[in-house]
Design a binder for this molecule. Structure first.
Ligand code: ADP
Ligand code: MG
Length: 732
């Protein structure tokens, strides 16, 4: 069981009793404050309902139009909206407001200001339209990847009205939190939200054009996202006793436990009480903030769990995922737990991802990746499906780059996560349909169990959820794609931005193909099918339904020409590649220097964290592992000497002791090797060069030193070991 059952001053049992009493009181109608999720959902957000209630009708309508179009809000309206928002916030005890944004660090940032105003009259609370719309945090301390030098570090945050403001409570009140973008005065995106919003606009414009050609008018198209979040929970006291977990988010040393996940008894297993109480508290808070958390379950490894919300428009889903992570951190701390979002906290144990379920929907909410019941909707479905296949084929390197970070390097391809090779899983039936079409044959006779739709060459395509492949990095799962290679600690914004843009590009090209055929007078459905054929034929090498973990796939992928970018320094190069820069520029999402900036920031993060990990490992080896080993060595030697002194020969113990000493010697050499590697880190202007050097020189030194430390741990008296071991972390 994770954590202790004591929570604050109340024992877990007492809490359960309180809960039961409250629920039964609520059932009796005494209004004790416990209400179902639906009654409190979104109560701490300034949502549509609040706006409708509190804003004059014309202003409410104007702001809805702003939200739909993404145009800036008129300052005259902003004052009224700010006033209403302030009243609402003060009614809930708010004392401060903040613009909440997502700098390139990948975390979220906020600077609070009190509503309090003291001037000539009496003190009062004030909040103007200008303060709602724009704030100026000092941008100089955020990474800009070299886009602007520190002396001109002026950046500002601007309200994103498509994501509702919300309240974050503390002991003394609450903070009105305003989701915002972060841009420089010259208009460069200094954050992860701005490119996402730009990519949504590009995708919408292109998809609306495609739908128009298909004879389906639509005002806008949005991508939808349902991110499944995996995480570990460990006791906070154990976490605090592991400096590596505290500093790097992962254990840089540690012997794997005798029982890990081999029994496969954890996935969907009974959720232990401590974890369930944690989840319950997280969910209550999340619901109040309008985050539709829906699913919770045990994951593959001990103490590993997953939370998944109901999907939402992509911008909101990205904000909500960030917020959910913050809530989890806070609740964990409150309950004496630590939540681990690292991609690979424990070697030899399943890592964590953030499966990004992604689709596209028109303004009526119709899912464009939903197989239809009629020939018309089916050809449309195939068209959009092939646009995604084409996008992933063409932009596999960019997508791989989007998920590259130091943590994911330990996860991708580590035989329990998607490999570093990006491919698309379609399932046997869809693949068969597309293969048959591409071969110019009729599909109907070849496919069993399909519902005929009346179009000779195309059977009905039923959603098929049973056809699953958990080894695929990018799987079609019935009516959406699941990008499973995204790291659990990552912000979803950039992977989703690049995916949106890649799909925009292929839709754009396919729109041109369709327009040409329609102008030539071809039948619409026939033209669409012809394009599906052509695109699938050209892009089918990206489709792989087999076992992505197998060695054969690595060879096969190479012969298909698919990129295998096996570590972060190599994968990140796609972020500054010429064709990638052209693509992002073409759709107005990122300018080349904004791409360079992102490369620089992420590469620097890699370099810094790798050196921190190596240094941390070195310290633990010298300050913890070796001292324990010397004690152990001494005990062994003394035991042998004592035996021999009374004439008892212990040759096996002697051999064991010699082996132990040899490992200690090897560890000492590995420590020296690591010291030398760290001393040799080159100082270059290009973090790409430094990163590649570190991967080549420091990583192997880390592997060697870890192996030494883990071997010593395996042979050392547990009571001498200076850190909580894997067994304690994963089973207590
Ligand atoms: P799984 O078996 O992978 O858990 P689910 O059907 O439970 O599959 O869905 C997982 C996630 O996918 C949920 O967050 C769900 O809301 C999301 N999802 C479902 N449909 C869509 C869609 N059209 N667009 C984006 N996400 C979706
Ligand atoms: Mg899933």
């Amino acid at each position: 069981m994770v954590g202790t059952r004591k929570v604050g001053s109340q024992s877990g049992i007492a809490r359960h009793m309180v809960m039961e009493e409250a629920v039964s009181a609520a059932n009796k109608g005494s209004g004790s404050g416990v209400s179902p999720a639906s009654a409190t959902f979104g109560c701490y957000t300034f949502n549509l309902e609040q706006m409708r209630k509190r804003l004059p009708r014309p202003i409410f309508e104007a702001i809805q139009a702003t939200i739909r179009s993404g145009e800036p809000l008129d300052m005259g309206l902003a004052d009224v909206v700010a006033g209403a928002m302030k009243d609402w916030a003060l009614e809930h005890g708010a004392t401060h407001y903040t613009h909440w944004f997502q700098p390139l660090t990948g975390a979220t940032a906020e600077k609070h200001d009190a509503f309090l105003q003291v001037g000539s009259g009496s003190p009062l609370e004030s909040f103007s339209g200008r303060e709602l719309i724009q704030a100026e945090p000092d941008a100089s301390s955020f990474p800009s990847g070299g886009m602007r030098s520190t002396f001109e570090a002026r950046g500002y945050t601007a309200w994103d009205p498509t994501s509702p403001a919300f309240l974050v409570f503390n002991e003394h009140g609450a903070t009105l939190t305003i989701p915002s973008v972060f841009i420089s005065y010259t208009g460069e995106a200094l954050d992860k939200k701005t490119p996402l919003l730009r990519s949504m606009r590009a995708l919408s414009a292109t998809a609306v054009k495609v739908l128009g050609l298909m004879g389906r008018e639509s005002r806008s198209v949005n991508s939808t996202l349902g991110p499944e979040q995996e995480y570990f929970l460990v006791k906070e006291e154990l976490f605090r006793a592991r400096p590596d977990l505290e500093v790097t988010g992962r254990t840089v040393i540690g012997m794997t436990p005798a029982k890990g996940q081999q029994m496969e008894d954890n996935y969907f297993g009974t959720i232990d009480e401590v974890a369930l109480d944690f989840m319950g508290e997280v969910e209550l808070e999340a619901w109040k903030l309008g985050i539709p958390v829906k699913t919770r379950h045990n994951e593959v490894a001990p103490h590993q769990y997953e939370a998944a919300p109901i999907y939402q428009p992509i911008n909101l889903a990205c904000d909500h995922n960030q917020l959910l992570m913050l809530i989890m951190r806070r609740v964990a701390r409150r309950r004496g737990l630590s939540v681990l979002f690292h991609e690979k906290p424990f070697e030899g144990v399943n890592g964590s991802g953030k499966h990004n379920n992604w689709s596209i929907a028109d303004d009526s909410g119709r899912n464009l990746l939903e197989p239809g019941d009629t020939p018309d909707t089916n050809v449309e479905f195939l068209f959009f499906l092939c646009a995604v296949i084409k996008a992933v084929y063409r932009r596999a390197a960019l997508l791989r780059g989007s998920i590259a970070n130091i943590g994911n390097d330990h996860r991708l391809g580590a035989n329990e996560a998607p490999p570093a090779i990006i491919s698309v899983f379609l399932g046997d039936r869809l693949t068969h349909i597309l293969e048959t079409l591409a071969a110019g044959k009729e599909v109907e006779s070849a496919v069993e169990q399909t519902i005929q739709t009346g179009l000779a060459q195309l059977p009905g395509i039923r959603k098929d959820n049973t056809d699953r492949n958990r080894t695929s990095p990018f799987a079609f799962t019935g009516n959406k794609f699941e990008f499973r290679a995204v790291g659990s600690s990552q912000s979803n914004s950039m992977p989703m931005t690049y995916l949106n843009v890649a799909v925009t590009e292929s839709l754009d090209e396919m729109a041109d193909m369709l327009a040409t055929r329609l102008e030539a007078g071809e039948d619409r459905n026939a033209a669409i099918l012809e394009i599906v054929r052509e695109v699938y034929k050209a892009c089918s090498p990206i489709v792989f339904n087999g076992n992505n973990y197998s060695d054969e796939w690595v060879t096969e992928a190479e012969s298909r020409g698919l990129p295998n970018l096996h570590n972060t320094p190599i994968a990140l190069e796609a972020l500054r590649g010429d064709t990638e820069k052209d693509l992002l520029k073409k759709y107005g999402v990122l300018q080349p220097h904004e791409m360079d900036a992102r490369f620089n920031v992420r590469m620097e993060q890699y370099c810094t964290m790798l050196q921190i990990e190596a240094t941390q490992m070195l310290r633990m080896a010298k300050m913890g592992v070796l001292p324990a080993a010397y004690d152990q060595q001494k005990t062994m030697a003394e035991a042998i000497a004592a035996s021999e002194a009374i004439g008892i020969q212990v040759p096996d113990q002697r051999t064991e002791c010699e082996m132990y000493v040899e490992t200690v010697q090897r560890t000492q050499r590995a420590v020296n090797g690591m010291r030398a590697a760290l001393a040799g880190v080159p100082h270059t202007d290009d973090p790409g060069v430094t990163g590649a050097w570190l991967a080549e020189n420091v990583l192997p030194a880390m592997v060697e030193l870890r192996d030494c430390c883990d071997t010593i741990e395996r042979r050392t008296d547990e009571s001498l070991w200076p850190y909580p071991n894997y067994h304690a972390l994963l089973f207590q």
